[in-house]
Design a binder for this molecule. Structure first.
Ligand SMILES: Nc1ncnc2c1ncn2[C@@H]1O[C@H](COP(=O)(O)OP(=O)(O)OP(=O)(O)O)[C@@H](O)[C@H]1O
Ligand SMILES: [Zn+2]
Length: 395
């Protein structure tokens, strides 16, 4: 029979003595892996309870950094971690709670290109983000990976909770919301305000639903829970129907969306918005990224640019852009200073899909001074082939 490390009986004893939980429940948590996307208002409380309960592996995906204005609700961060990546700051907090936890801190944004590969290793996915494109992306990814998506949302005095893709026939987010909300009806916490404890309540409930799913304490009846701090009663629960056969994501085969990496979620949700752009969502968005069409324009403009291709040498040998230089990612990250562009020169970083190039830009950025232009090419050579030059090989 499997056992736990001796000190874990003491650490988790209070929950282990619960009816229906026991040693099997604790072992299930220990063997489970959970991905939390967004380490903000919802993610922090969810992570805190998931870590405290003894989830074996926790992935934290967030590309944003901690700001002072986050501290009133994003309770894993503190004054000393302002400026740090939220994923790193949250990891640090969880490790303080339990030094044995296994935490993967992922400091890149979840995008259509990377969602499947980043989330595939985890059993349960938590949506703790705050924007429509990411909600659709997460829902489609959870459907593709056949994993439950524990989704939270909070704004002003109100919150919502739902487990999508629950059990064999629970609906996905698209089943309920086939069309994105009108842009003027949604806003960020920065725009609309939020009471911190409301995110705490919803984030805690996301942790609770996750624990119920993993330990087998869930009833698998899909429902949408609405919370309103100033109403009476504060909680209302709506039973949901099973999945919609006409749903583009989870319905019958004819309705399929196509491949996730090819979907432009920002466009689907009504086009770029400044706050999404600030988040690095959509394409070509913050000052450190360039969308493929703009990259093409920059190359044609005649200005002096350098193109660094960070793929492995073998892949570079397969196909490459004219005038690009190969610097495999490992070499660049080991010594970014060597590869900084000269003053006045713009550097564009490419890779196959647009993931490694973000890591490369991050490394260059950490050693670059003011006025240096370094951008990663969103979607990489795959996007080049798709949107610019159909004769460029896809491999
Ligand atoms: N596609 C994404 N990939 C990774 N993290 C994301 C993505 N979209 C949103 N997030 C993260 O989800 C979190 C949402 O949390 P929250 O809204 O509480 O924080 P915030 O955006 O810092 O708040 P504020 O609106 O007050 O500035 C943010 O930390 C944000 O970076
Ligand atoms: Zn659906």
């Amino acid at each position: 029979m499997s056992t736990l490390p001796l000190e874990d009986y003491k650490r988790y004893g209070r929950q282990m003595i619960l009816d229906g939980f026991g040693l099997p429940g604790q072992l299930k948590l220990q063997r489970a892996s959970v991905a939390v996307v967004g380490a903000g208002g919802l993610g922090c409380p969810a992570l805190q309870y998931l870590g405290a309960a003894g989830i074996g592996r926790i992935g934290i995906i967030d590309h944003d950094r901690v700001e002072l204005s986050n501290l009133s609700r994003q309770i894993l961060h503190n004054e000393e971690t302002v400026g740090m990546y939220k994923a790193d700051s949250a990891t640090q907090a969880l490790k303080r709670l339990n030094s044995h936890l296994t935490v993967d801190a992922i400091t890149t944004a979840l995008t259509a290109e990377n969602a499947l590969s980043l989330l595939a290793p985890y059993d349960v996915i938590l949506d703790c983000t705050d924007n429509a494109p990411t909600r659709y992306l997460l829902s489609d990814t959870a459907v593709a990976l056949k994993k439950p998506l524990v989704s939270g949302a909070a704004q002003k005095y109100e919150g919502q909770l739902c487990v999508y893709n629950l059990g064999p026939d629970g609906p996905c987010y698209r089943c309920l919301f086939p069309k994105p909300p009108a842009q003027d009806t949604v806003g960020t916490c920065e725009e609309t305000g939020i009471l911190g404890v409301v995110t705490g309540i919803i984030g805690d409930m996301q942790a609770l639903e996750t624990i119920r799913l993993i330990t087998g304490l869930h009833d698998y009846k899909p429902s949408l829970l609405m919370f309103s701090a100033l109403s009476s009663p504060q909680f209302k629960n709506f039973k949901l129907r099973t999945r919609n056969v006409k749903c583009a994501a989870c319905g019958t085969a004819e309705q399929r969306l196509g491949e996730i990496k090819d979907i432009d979620y920002v466009q689907f949700c009504g086009g770029p918005r400044p706050d999404w752009e600030r988040r690095g969502l959509g394409e070509g968005v913050d000052g450190w990224r360039i969308r493929i069409k703009d990259f093409e324009t920059a190359l044609k403009s005649g200005k002096q640019v350098s193109i660094l291709d960070v793929r492995p040498e073998t892949e570079f040998g397969i196909c490459q852009l004219p005038l690009s230089t190969n610097v495999p990612l490992g070499r660049l990250v080991a010594n970014p200073i060597e590869f900084l562009p000269k003053k006045g020169m713009e550097a564009y970083i490419v890779c196959r899909l647009g993931n490694d190039s973000q890591i490369a830009v991050e490394a260059l950025r950490s050693v670059s001074g003011e006025g240096v232009v370094i951008k990663d090419v969103v979607g990489g050579l795959r996007a080049w082939s798709r949107d610019v030059d159909a004769t460029f090989p896809v491999y």
